[in-house]
Design a binder for this molecule. Structure first.
Ligand code: NDP
Length: 448
């Protein structure tokens, strides 16, 4: 008999926590999970999944417009936000159910309440109950980080975007990162007037400059307005329910919603980490080693709360590696090199490896190949937007250091190409591969 109630107690049933719980249980561990909200975490409940469904939903605007050149009549087409919103929320319910079922099927005990750490092996639940565990895994994710200023209580975050009662006529979006560009695309396609306001003059910092420029140019052509180097002064609620937004000392701009997408901070407050000597960094992220072990030997942490790479598949890998290390006697780490990522803007961006700038800094001599093309389906639909693919290679060996794409279906195409980059293939390997014609993806093997 173990001296503890559980072998593993996981705080947070998001992507990383659920994976770690399920796999540890399948390895024979007695596991419990505490989740104060819904099983599935940000990705499933208020992130990647419902966002992608909104991207699909909004993209029909473009598809229906383009359909006319393909012989379709679309008179009478209309859009119903509530219908899309509720259908998306129903799907979230479905996945939430599937995740809960998975835990149940693996005999993971689920506490629908908040848990706090009371000591290296002890947890206190909101109900007042105390439980003990040989290991504790913190997988509490991250939360939108909204700066405080006069009237900032009126802003919403991505959390609320999935529950809007109606589509805003005028939306102001603060931030220039993933969430800002994705929701700018969704709202713009659905007919809202969108203004993106960022503190610097850069969108999507970290992505290749040529792709960022291309997205900016296409977004502006589609009617999204951008304000750069702009700081919010205050927000005042009007009698009609809209808001006067004051920025940069100028006259106010009216908005129906103000969405703040200015980054997410690790969800580490009030977890009782100090009771077990778990150290955090200056941003509140839990400090971990390569095995996700914290400064307290019995406590581990995975996912966004550790602020390594804030992406679902990374949290899942960290959860899996934790289970392997702790319950399968197989010390495992996560390889953070060449992680593919995408921005589901319209059109989307997808990228793996080093940008041209990063490669130049690290390698000095590099060679860049590109294809700047207008997809056949866009030409036929009279849509002027051009796609851009870039391959960044080491000059001497031809080894691919980075692959960057913007254009229709770029994330779908990049996932397969990322295998080649991860495997260390060269430009020659792409040149040797016959094009699959006609496709957008063939541009990958035709870059000059
Ligand atoms: P990002 O980190 O992508 O972007 C944050 C933006 O907000 C930047 O433009 C930044 O400006 C600006 N900003 C940061 N702090 C402040 C501040 N104090 N005041 C004003 N502006 C500020 O954050 P998001 O919120 O868009 O997304 C959070 C994370 O969620 C992402 O980093 C990503 O890891 C994940 N995510 C991933 C998605 C995907 O994989 N498709 C989709 C959505 C989210 P500047 O750059 O000028 O400093």
């Amino acid at each position: 008999m173990s001296e503890y109630d559980y072998d593993l107690f996981v705080i947070g049933a998001g992507s990383g926590g659920v994976r770690a719980a399920r796999v540890s249980a399948s390895m024979g561990a007695k596991v419990a999970v505490a989740e104060e909200y819904r099983v599935g975490g940000t990705c499933v409940i208020r992130g990647c999944v419902p966002k992608k469904l909104l991207v699909y939903g909004s993209h029909f605007a473009e598809d229906l417009e383009d359909a006319q050149n393909y012989g379709w009549s679309i008179e009478g087409a209309s859009f119903d936000w509530i219908k899309l919103r509720d259908h998306v929320l129903n799907d979230v319910d479905r996945i939430n159910g599937a995740y809960t079922e998975t835990l149940k099927n693996h005999n993971v005990e689920l506490y629908h309440e908040r848990a706090e750490i009371a000591g290296p092996h002890e947890l206190k639940l909101a109900s007042g109950k105390t439980v003990t565990a040989k290991y504790i895994l913190v997988a509490t994710g991250a939360w939108p980080d909204v700066p405080k200023f006069e009237g900032s209580e009126h802003v919403i975050t991505s959390n609320e975007m999935f529950h809007l009662e109606k589509l805003p006529k005028r939306a102001i979006i603060a931030g220039g990162g993933y969430i800002a560009n994705e929701f700018a695309g969704i709202l713009n396609a659905l007919g809202s007037q969108v203004t993106v306001v960022n503190r610097s003059d850069v969108i999507l910092r970290g992505y290749d400059e040529a792709l960022r420029d291309r997205l900016l140019q296409i977004s502006m052509t589609r009617g999204i307005e951008f304000k750069f180097n702009c700081t919010f002064d205050k927000i005042v609620k009007r009698d009609d329910g809209a808001f006067d937004v004051y920025a940069d000392g100028r006259d106010p701009v009216i908005a129906d919603i103000i969405l703040f997408a200015t980054g997410r901070k690790p969800n580490s407050e009030g977890l009782g980490l100090e009771n077990a000597g778990v150290e955090m960094d200056e941003k509140g992220a839990i400090k971990v080693d390569e095995y996700s072990q914290t400064s307290c030997e019995s406590i581990y942490a995975v996912g966004d709360v550790t602020n390594r790479v804030q992406l679902t598949p990374v949290a899942i890998r960290e959860g899996q590696a934790f289970a392997e290390t702790v319950f399968n006697d197989n010390p495992s780490t996560v390889d953070y090199d060449n992680i593919p990522a995408a921005v589901f803007s319209q059109p989307p961006i997808a990228s793996v490896g080093l940008t041209e700038g990063e490669a130049r800094n690290q390698y000095g001599n590099i060679r860049v190949y590109s294809s700047d093309f207008r997809a056949m389906k866009n030409v036929f639909a009279n849509r002027p937007e051009r796609g851009l693919y870039k391959m960044v290679c080491e000059e001497s060996s031809g080894k691919i250091l980075g692959l960057h794409m913007i254009g229709p279906e770029a994330p779908e195409i990049l996932q397969a190409a990322a295998v080649a980059v991860k495997a260390g293939l060269t430009k020659q390997a792409f040149d040797d591969t016959v094009a699959l014609h006609p496709s957008m993806a063939e541009e990958l093997v035709l870059m000059k």
